[in-house]
Ligand binder design. Sequence first.
Ligand code: CA
Length: 251
Amino acid sequence: MQAWAATDAGRVRKSNEDCYFAGELGSGTGAYFFAVADGMGGHEGGEVASRLAVGAAVAWLRRWAQAGPDAPSPGAALSEAVLAANRALLAAGRARPERVEMGTTFTAALVVGGRAWLGHVGDSRAYVLRRGSLRCLTQDHSLAAELARTGSLCPEEVRGHPLRSLLTRSLGAAEEVEPDFFQVELSSGDVLLLCTDGLTSVVAEDELAGEALACAHPRELPARLVRLANLRGGPDNVTVVVGWAGGEGEV
Ligand code: CA
């Protein structure tokens, strides 16, 4: 597995409230982690929230990756890591009342032995690009997306809808958190792509697939997509993380 990432504040916002991780959880462990988090909340709360969430999950998973044969399964480990991230946010909110409103989206993939375990809360997204076709693995937890799923809104209306950024699930909001968990078998050559809504709010899915296919090598994809979001006005922070299940026989 190989990992690349790019992030940018965009053309409008002064600070970057996105945060990410992309890489191996410890040299030689063979466990790779990919995560994007899009923070929200005043008083620099958004920046703090996304960093705390990613930091807490990575710290938990690094310990897990070193723990040996008695360690929990990857699925259980990812679930614990998401809960640890949520607890870190709630604790920080309690310690600093001005940050009690802070929260973050969290979309992550733990890759071990050719399989990816995914955990997802909010409106960041995970995609897999396989043999030229791009598939979205996640469902947005936004009010507009939920309305589209119940048929109250046309899918085409979601991208520009005012309720698009109103999240129905996030980390840091409550003790109870309901992430979506699922797993995907990876094949040699697959590209795992995680991104925040700073990309998907300005680049449509078919265009995303076209950009991915136009790349000579997956390592170029994060910077290429961040550049495209900025060409579209860069209205939001944008983060793109890519994991590549290498060449022949390498996952
Ligand atoms: Ca955003």
